[in-house]
Design a protein around this ligand. Structure first.
Ligand SMILES: Cc1cc2nc3c(=O)[nH]c(=O)nc-3n(C[C@H](O)[C@H](O)[C@H](O)COP(=O)(O)OP(=O)(O)OC[C@H]3O[C@@H](n4cnc5c(N)ncnc54)[C@H](O)[C@@H]3O)c2cc1C
Length: 469
């Protein structure tokens, strides 16, 4: 591991416009290096807390001069734990959280360390929103750079489909704007290619009017009715209008929430959550047939603020929890695939593990597959997320095996992509290539060679620079 001389560190500390944090600082250092996924306990050599692009450029230059690996922390929520690394220089963007909304142009400019909650709150002040994740403490940076699914994907597409521009600090320290007009190749790569191409200090999104009130329905069925329930969830989800969306929560253990009758607390089952962004009447028309087709064990039907919908699942994945994730895209959800899921769900061990299935359609499928670098096909109708989540390492080990077995069993029913880069704990090289497919991967590798030929940004779902010449 590269050692940094105290004298070099002192010189960096004196000239760096942001904050330099190192191990002797104890609590500040431990808090800055901590990640959402409690499986990881990494000790960076230096943490460079950045407040703007000039700080990021200075941190990159120091790391390169010292031969330190660079880790980049946005919201710190990667399943793989790569945003901190032992002995690295960690670029800490946690303070870059400012969101500025232009309600007339319907645009938001958002710092590279903002969370979904930061973005939602600022946009909702003007009755506007953009697709972001379903857990609001997740960082918008990692989420956007990999694609970005959320409740609004059916209405407005992925986060990247609404990205108008990005401010990026490159490996050589230059700060550039990437958009359809400026560095269009880089802009294409940023929309799905992850953190491979530079450090994004600002995202600029197009917004649409949403809320402030939205409509939510959650139906829960017991696990012994998995086959019927999952078939119903599938049928109810595929034809939803663009003003609504759903998540199928396979194998969910009923939370001990006030709306859940006490006798069902922690009971395993399957849930369908339908979010409606139009009128109460339209929502009722959508959900009444679901209830009638298979009466649920319990339900929760209510209007709520859009920001509350965005935070509804926050407690399912608290900071510091142990997590392992695998995902798959299915072009269709056949009865055979449902049988596989129904067979495996009872074998999870942790009450927190479950399998969120994101049905995809509407605006998500409007976008040409080649228009962005997104590593999932636009024809897929379902994104399966097998989420092993546990309060400790022992329970996680059991559910890691459960997640792998379920993934293997579903593989024959999935399309050729190895899954969504943002829902991956392990980045085997062949899996990254298969996620993007050869044509996209090769294009990404050529762009990587142009913008980061030395693979300075490699602590990520890494795209290797294409050989030049
Ligand atoms: C509880 C939970 C819920 C989730 N729900 C969803 C969901 O609904 N929809 C969805 O699409 N995904 C979801 N995800 C996946 C999520 O998109 C990824 O975990 C994402 O990587 C998180 O981004 P982050 O900035 O918090 O992570 P980090 O760990 O900070 O970063 C992730 C990767 O991006 C790089 N990176 C971070 N910031 C920058 C930057 N500013 N510039 C360049 N590179 C950067 C990092 O180096 C790292 O490689 C969820 C994840 C969790 C843990």
């Amino acid at each position: 591991m590269t050692q940094v001389l105290e004298s070099d560190l002192d010189a960096f500390r004196a000239s760096f416009p942001g904050h330099v944090i190192t191990a002797p600082e104890g609590a500040a250092y431990n808090s800055a290096r901590s990640l959402w996924n409690g499986c990881f306990d990494h000790y960076p050599a230096v943490i460079a807390r950045c407040f703007g692009p000039a700080d990021v450029a200075a941190a990159i230059a120091f790391a390169r001069q010292q031969g330190l690996e660079i880790s980049v922390r946005g919201g710190g929520h990667s399943f793989s734990g790569v945003s901190a690394a032992d002995g690295s220089l960690m670029i800490d963007l946690s303070q870059l959280r400012e969101v500025i909304v232009d309600p007339v142009a319907r645009r938001a400019s958002c710092g590279g360390g903002a969370t979904g909650a930061d973005l939602d709150a600022a946009c909702q002040e003007h009755g506007l929103a953009v697709t972001s994740g379903t857990v609001s403490h997740t960082g918008v940076a990692g989420l956007t750079l990999g694609g970005g699914f959320g409740w609004l994907s059916r209405t407005m597409g992925l986060s990247i489909d609404n990205l108008a521009a990005a401010e990026v600090v490159l490996a050589d320290g230059r700060c550039v704007r990437a958009s359809e007009e400026d560095h269009p190749d880089l802009f294409w790569a940023l929309r799905g290619g992850g953190g491979n191409f530079g450090v994004v200090t600002k995202f600029e999104y197009r917004l649409q009017p949403i809320g402030p009130e939205v409509h939510v329905a959650l139906f829960f069925w017991s696990l012994d009715r998995s086959v019927e329930a999952l078939r119903l969830c599938r049928d109810a989800s595929v034809d939803l209008p663009r003003g609504a969306s759903s998540i199928i929560a396979g194998g969910l253990s009923a939370p001990p929430a006030p709306f859940v009758p006490e006798q069902y607390h922690l009971a395993p089952g399957n849930a369908l959550i339908v979010a409606g962004f139009s009128s109460a009447e339209q929502h009722k028309r959508l959900i009444d047939p679901i209830r009638a087709a298979l009466p649920p064990l319990f339900e929760f039907v209510t209007p709520m603020p859009y920001t509350a919908l965005q935070q509804m699942l926050d407690d399912s994945a608290p900071w510091g929890i142990h997590a392992y994730d695998k995902s798959l895209y299915l072009d269709d959800l056949s009865n055979e695939a449902i049988d596989v899921v129904a067979k495996h769900l009872p074998h999870k061990n942790s009450p927190m593990s479950f399998m969120p299935i994101f049905p995809m359609g509407g605006a998500y499928r409007d976008v040409e597959d080649s228009a962005t670098a997104f590593g999932g096909s636009r024809t897929a109708r379902f994104n399966f997320d097998i989420a092993a989540i546990a309060p400790n390492a022992e329970l996680l080990a059991a559910d890691r095996a459960w997640a792998r077995a379920l993934w293997d069993a579903l593989r024959p029913h999935a399309n050729e992509s190895a899954g969504y880069v943002n829902l991956m704990s392990e980045y085997e090289e062949d899996r990254i290539r298969s996620t993007y497919g050869p044509a996209k991967y090769d294009r990404l590798a050529r762009i990587k060679a142009d913008y980061d030929p030395d693979n300075v940004f490699h602590l990520n779902a890494n795209i290797k620079p294409a050989p030049t010449g």
